[in-house]
Ligand binder design. Structure first.
Ligand code: DX5
Ligand code: ZN
Length: 221
């Protein structure tokens, strides 16, 4: 069985010690670095923008998994490309022409992912799933770290896995929000490929060990 990919969310890092926290991630078993961009319009919070992420990109040795919680994310295609992001995640609810946006992300040389809010059904992706490199399922309402995991996400992971298999898609399933050792284990068993975790990692007494434990959830049983 494949181990899950781990994508620590930098939103929970100590912003006064970003370099120290990025260095810890660099030295860990984490696979990617998850960056949450919020615009105060699509979500009721503002995080950080491109000038900050440009510096983060220079320091990170992990591929960047950029999660845009902003309206009209396609407007920032070039900025995301220029920071050499591996993946550009756009919200289903923030786009109108999903097919066009996905093709543009791929033409820009990035992996394309669509993110679903907790209330958006997996079925909305049935006509685009073959074009996607990844689907990001939100397991909290986006905007803040440290929220409680919504258990219905486990059903959505299974539905999404069925859709992916039925349509012969290669899309990975990533889950974001309230992921810890307990919910992470449930997600991995439901079929999640990638776990995003903010507070569970950055507020752990030993970040490196927590990443190791999340990475090895499958082997534990
Ligand atoms: C929430 C963000 C998440 C957040 C997760 O809107 O998309 O990536 O940082 O934080 P935790 O893991 O603490 O729920
Ligand atoms: Zn996120």
């Amino acid at each position: 069985m494949m181990k899950p990919l781990i994508s620590p969310s930098l939103l929970a890092a100590d912003f006064a010690n970003l370099q120290r926290d990025i260095d810890s991630i660099n030295r860990s078993e984490a696979d990617w670095l998850h960056l949450d961009v919020m615009d105060g319009v699509f979500v009721p919070n503002i995080s950080f923008g491109f000038p900050v992420m440009k510096r983060i990109a220079e320091l990170s040795r992990k591929p960047l998994d950029v999660h845009l919680m902003i309206v009209q994310p396609e407007k920032f295609m070039n900025e995301v490309k220029e920071m050499r992001a591996m993946t550009m995640n756009v919200h289903y609810e923030a786009c109108i022409h999903h097919h066009r946006v996905i093709q543009q992300i791929k033409e820009a040389g990035m992996k394309a992912a669509i993110t679903l809010n907790p209330s958006t059904p997996v079925a909305m992706l049935s006509d685009i799933i073959q074009d996607l490199d990844m689907v990001l399922l939100m397991s909290v309402n986006p905007g803040f770290g440290g929220q409680k995991f919504i258990p219905h996400t486990l059903t959505k992971v299974k539905e999404l896995k069925d859709l992916i298999e039925r349509m012969h898609s290669k899309a990975l399933i990533e889950v974001d929000g309230g992921v810890n050792l307990e919910t992470g284990r449930q997600l991995v068993h439901a079929g999640a490929d990638v776990l995003v975790a903010g507070n569970a990692i950055f507020k752990a007494p030993d970040m490196t060990d927590m990443i190791h434990r999340l990475k090895n959830l499958k082997a534990e049983e």
